[in-house]
Design a protein. Structure first.
Length: 337
């Protein structure tokens, strides 16, 4: 019984328990309305839950326990809080359903669904980004549970954006990432070649700086289509003196390229007032052709939503939650978090 979309909730509520089906109550009304708005037919979906029962007191934390009696192989839902090992049959049943349905995509609604399918926790951090299930078999988009919308109506628009991604992704089963070519650790000749091949005829370029201890550690530029990016480093953690460039003259030439790109090409960035003041304060480099700030443009269109780069990435792109891939967070600017 193949269905393109398999939707996993957390547990049965009062109305679901009475009717014996998933998403039959107020939360289901929210979900079905979002599916209609996103253009996903109900008959293209299979509905289930992590726990096909109503938790004691209608509280999901009633399934939690300490580490000693925890379900083997799963991380805690919250600090020191694990799902009890007695619920292993529920997960076995859930994965049997997934294997039977063979969906193109799984919509994981809420933190328990994210935990069960991906062995991750923190729905706010992972929502909106297509990821793989923990066994690497299934494409998953996590988002808020419909019950959360009943408590916080303002997150409905975020949930709609996430489910609209499901509508695009449900036609194929593989996880397709945007293809990027990132040029790192360049020589001066590499910078010149990249400029001549990819940058100089662009309608605009994107720019981002990383900083540490009040200095610029690297400058990144991307083409308007986002396919080609160049990183110009000025700091190297592997070197004793921290300098990427071998001589002062080489570093001066690299800064000249930064100045040339900034002054010749229209430039956009995220929270770009931060980058512009760093360019000017630390290197005396102006940005006279500043074109726009993605953070401010998004905030002007959607003032009720978050405006950090991670959130914008989850709404407007199919990139993974890239902030979890890095080990050094000391160079992040505040708006990137």
């Amino acid at each position: 019984m193949h269905k393109p979309v398999l939707i996993i909730g957390e547990a049965l509520g009062e109305e679901e328990e009475r009717k014996g089906e998933a998403f039959a109550g107020p939360s289901g009304a929210i979900l079905h309305g979002l599916l209609r708005q996103a253009g996903i037919p109900k008959d293209e979906c299979y509905f289930t839950n992590v726990f096909n029962f109503r938790p004691r007191g209608n509280r999901l934390d009633s399934v939690l326990t300490g580490r000693a009696e925890a379900l083997a192989g799963y991380r805690p839902i919250a600090s020191g809080k694990y799902v009890h090992k007695q619920y292993q049959p529920e997960l076995d049943r859930l994965f049997h359903e997934i294997e039977s349905v063979k969906p193109n995509i799984i919509l994981a609604l809420g933190n328990y669904a994210l935990w069960a399918v991906c062995k991750k926790s923190g729905i706010k951090k992972y929502r909106g980004s297509p990821i793989l299930s923990h066994d690497m078999k299934w494409k998953v988009i996590p988002t808020w549970s419909p019950a959360s919308v009943l408590k916080q109506w303002e997150i409905r628009v975020i949930m709609l954006a996430d489910i609209s991604k499901v509508a695009r992704e449900m036609t194929y089963a593989d996880l397709r990432r945007p293809q990027r070519f990132i040029y790192m650790e360049p020589s001066l000749q590499d910078i010149e070649d990249f400029y001549r091949q990819y940058l100089r005829h662009q309608p605009f370029v994107s720019c981002d700086v990383e900083t540490k201890n009040l200095t610029i550690t690297e400058v990144g530029y991307g083409t308007a289509d986002g396919k080609h990016c160049l990183v110009i480093p000025f700091w190297d953690r592997t070197k004793k003196d921290g300098n990427y460039w071998r001589t002062h003259e080489e570093e001066r030439e690299a800064w000249k390229w930064v100045r040339r790109i900034n002054t010749e090409l229209p430039t956009i960035g995220q929270n770009y007032s931060y980058d512009m003041q760093y360019f000017w304060r630390t290197a005396g480099i102006p940005t006279p052709r500043f074109l726009g700030d993605t953070m401010l443009l998004h905030h002007a269109m959607q003032p009720e939503l978050e405006k950090g780069l991670g959130f914008l990435g989850s709404i407007y792109t199919d990139e993974p939650s890239w902030k979890f891939m890095r080990t050094d967070h000391s160079t992040l600017k505040q708006a990137d978090e």
